[in-house]
Design a protein around this ligand. Structure first.
Ligand SMILES: [Zn+2]
Length: 543
C-alpha cells in the first residue's frame, strides 16, 4: 500500500512536471469553436501553444505557472479580421479625429493646435467632420481653416469619405482655380466668382490628395505599428492586410525581425505587375507573424459611389452600370499564374457583374473542386445564378457584416427591390456550404470586431433599427458569426491547423471579454469590452 502510494505520487509528479504550463486561465466561460469540446472553463498554455482546454487542469500547474482567475469572464479564440487595410488604419489613427465635432469653429481650433506643432509646409490631415451636426448644416469654406493654419496645407475628409474640406494653402498646392474644370464624377464647390470655395467632392478630392506626399519608410513603419497595437486592443490576433506594397512588406519584415508585431498578419500583394512577378518567381513566404501567399485584385469599384460593376443599370442612375477595373480575362491570367505558384487570389468584387467576371475567371483557372482557396473579397451583390459557382469551384466568400448595416439605408435605391435580395447574402452562401470569412474593411468601417459581430447577428444599426433586422433571413447565428471571425478566417489563410479554435497544439491566441457575447441580449453585445488579448501565450493587451 505504501509502495503503491509512493509510486502513484511519483507518477503524478512526473506527469505534472512534463506538462507544467506557463499560463493557466481558469474560472472562465470558454467558447472554443472546436466541436469536440465546444465549451470549457480553463485553458493551459505552454511554449506559446495551447496545452489543454478543459475544466480541471490542476495537473498542469507548477511552481512557475502564472495562474489567472477569469472570475467568470468569457474567453473566445483570438479574432481574425479577414479584410483590413493596416497602413490605412495607422494613417487614420494619426489624423485629426473630427468625428462628433459640433461646429466649424471647434474643428478650426483643432487645426490651429496641430499647426502649432507642425513644420511650415507640412500637411495637416483629418477625417470625420459632418456638417449635419453643426447649427448651420452648410458646407464650410476654406476661410476658418486658412486662418487656423496659414502656412500648412490642410485636408479634412468628411465622415463618409466623399468630400474633402481644404484650406487656401492646399488649394494653392493643388493649383486649382476658377479655370479648373470639375473632373468626371467629382465637383469643386465654388464661390460667386467660380473660385474654389474649400470643399471638393468625390473624384475632385484627388486634385488635392495627389499633392499629399507619400509616407516615408519611417511613417509606414510607425503607422503599421500603431494599427497593430490598435488591433490587439480590439481583440484581433490576426489580420489579413488587403493589399500591401513593397514598402509595407519592408516595414513588416523589420517589425517581425525586431519581435515587434503584437498581432499576426496575412498579407495580400497589391496587384502591380512588378511586385506580383517578383513574388511569383520567389514563391510564398510563410511565417508565424507575417505571411505572403495571396494576390489582391480589384474587379470593380464600390456601391456608394456607383463604381460597382452591375449587369444592368443602377436603379437610381439609369445610364450607369458602374466600372470594371480588372476584367475577366485579366483576372484569369493572374489566377492561372498564381495557382501554378502556390498563391491564392483574392479579388475585390462588389457588383453582380464584378462578381460574375471574378467567378468565371476563377472557374476557368480552377476547373472544378480544388484546395486553392481563391477568395472573393466583399462578394457584396451576386446574381441568383452565380451563387452556386462559389460552391462548385471551392471559392471562399470574404465578407464584411458592417458594410451591410452601413449601406442598408441606400443599397435598395442603387439596386432596386429584386437585386438587393442577392446583396450581403451571407445565409444564401452558407446554405450552399460556402466558407464565409468575416472582416471589417478597416478603416473604411471601424475595426472593432464586436461591431461586426453585432451587425452579423442583428443586421441592425446600433440603435436597433430596423426592428427585426434588414433582410433578417440573411443574419448569422452567434455560433456562425463567431466561427466566421475565427476558424473560417484561419481557413481563408490556410491556417486552420494552427489557429482559429482553442484546441491542444494550436497557437495560444485568445481574447477575454467583459460580456458573454454568445448569450447576452443583442444590445448588450455592443457594450462588450475586450479585457485581455493573448497572442502565442503572451498578453499583448490588458485593461
Ligand atoms: Zn478593402
Amino acid at each position: 500500500m505504501l509502495f503503491r502510494l509512493v509510486f502513484l505520487s511519483a507518477g503524478i509528479f512526473g506527469l505534472a512536471h512534463a506538462q507544467t504550463a506557463d499560463l493557466i486561465v481558469r474560472n472562465a466561460r470558454i467558447y472554443t469553436v472546436d466541436s469536440r469540446t465546444p465549451t470549457a472553463s480553463a485553458i493551459a498554455v505552454r511554449g506559446g501553444k495551447i496545452a489543454a482546454v478543459g475544466d480541471d487542469l490542476n495537473a498542469f500547474e507548477g511552481a512557475a505557472t502564472k495562474v489567472i482567475d477569469a472570475k467568470g469572464a468569457t474567453i473566445i479564440p483570438g479574432l481574425i479580421d479577414s479584410h483590413g487595410h493596416v497602413t490605412g488604419l495607422g494613417a487614420s489613427l494619426e489624423m485629426l479625429d473630427l468625428r462628433g465635432a459640433t461646429s466649424e469653429a471647434e474643428i478650426a481650433g483643432k487645426v490651429k493646435a496641430a499647426a502649432a506643432k507642425a513644420a511650415p509646409g507640412e500637411w495637416i490631415l483629418g477625417r470625420g467632420w459632418d456638417q449635419n451636426l453643426w447649427t448651420t448644416k452648410q458646407f464650410p469654406t476654406a476661410a476658418s481653416i486658412t486662418d487656423a493654419a496659414p502656412k500648412n496645407p490642410v485636408a479634412l475628409t468628411r465622415i463618409d469619405g466623399h468630400a474633402s474640406w481644404v484650406n487656401r494653402a492646399a488649394i494653392d498646392a493643388a493649383d486649382v482655380n476658377a479655370g479648373t474644370k470639375d473632373p468626371d464624377g467629382g465637383r469643386v464647390m465654388r464661390d460667386g466668382g467660380g473660385r474654389p470655395a474649400g470643399v471638393f467632392i468625390d473624384t475632385a478630392q484627388e486634385l488635392v490628395r495627389r499633392k499629399v506626399p507619400p509616407p516615408s519608410p519611417e511613417q509606414v513603419l510607425r503607422q503599421i505599428s500603431r494599427a497593430l497595437a490598435e488591433c490587439a486592443r480590439l481583440g484581433l490576433t490576426s489580420v489579413h492586410d488587403a493589399g500591401v506594397t513593397e514598402a509595407e512588406i519592408t516595414a513588416y519584415h523589420a517589425l517581425q525581425q525586431q519581435g515587434k508585431m503584437p498581432v499576426k498578419v496575412y498579407a495580400m500583394l497589391s496587384n502591380s505587375p512588378a511586385l506580383v512577378d517578383k513574388w511569383l518567381a520567389r514563391g510564398p513566404e510563410l511565417g508565424e507573424f507575417f505571411t505572403v501567399r495571396s494576390i489582391k485584385v480589384y474587379a470593380d469599384g464600390a456601391l456608394g459611389s456607383r463604381g460597382a460593376a452591375l449587369l444592368a443599370p443602377y436603379a437610381d442612375e439609369k445610364g450607369s452600370t458602374g466600372l470594371v477595373i480588372t476584367g475577366q480575362a485579366a483576372i484569369q491570367a493572374v489566377a492561372v499564374k498564381a495557382a501554378a505558384r502556390g498563391f491564392q487570389v483574392n479579388t475585390h468584387a462588389i457588383g453582380d457583374r464584378g462578381n460574375r467576371e471574378t467567378l468565371d475567371a476563377y472557374a476557368a483557372a480552377l476547373k472544378g473542386p480544388n484546395d486553392k482557396r481563391f477568395r472573393v473579397e466583399h462578394a457584396q451583390m451576386i446574381a441568383p445564378e452565380d451563387f452556386a459557382k462559389f460552391q462548385k469551384f471551392s471559392i471562399i466568400a470574404s465578407m464584411q457584416p458592417t458594410h451591410a448595416t452601413s449601406d442598408m439605408g441606400w443599397a435598395a435605391d442603387r439596386l432596386g427591390p429584386e437585386r438587393v435580395k442577392g446583396a450581403y447574402a451571407w445565409q444564401t452562401l452558407m446554405k450552399l456550404g460556402v466558407h464565409l470569412a468575416s472582416g471589417s474593411d478597416f478603416p473604411v468601417e471601424l475595426a472593432n470586431p464586436i461591431d461586426g459581430f453585432y451587425a452579423a447577428v442583428t443586421r441592425q444599426d446600433k440603435q436597433g433599427k430596423p426592428a427585426g433586422g434588414w433582410y433578417p433571413e440573411q443574419r448569422l447565428s452567434r455560433e456562425e458569426a463567431l466561427r466566421s471571425w475565427t476558424l473560417e478566417g484561419a481557413y481563408a489563410a490556410f491556417e486552420e491547423n494552427s489557429k482559429g479554435s482553442l484546441a491542444p497544439g494550436k497557437a495560444a491566441d485568445f481574447v477575454m471579454l467583459s460580456n458573454d457575447i454568445m448569450t447576452v441580449p443583442e444590445a448588450e453585445i455592443l457594450r462588450t469590452k475586450v479585457t485581455m488579448t493573448v497572442v502565442d501565450g503572451k498578453i499583448v493587451h490588458q485593461e
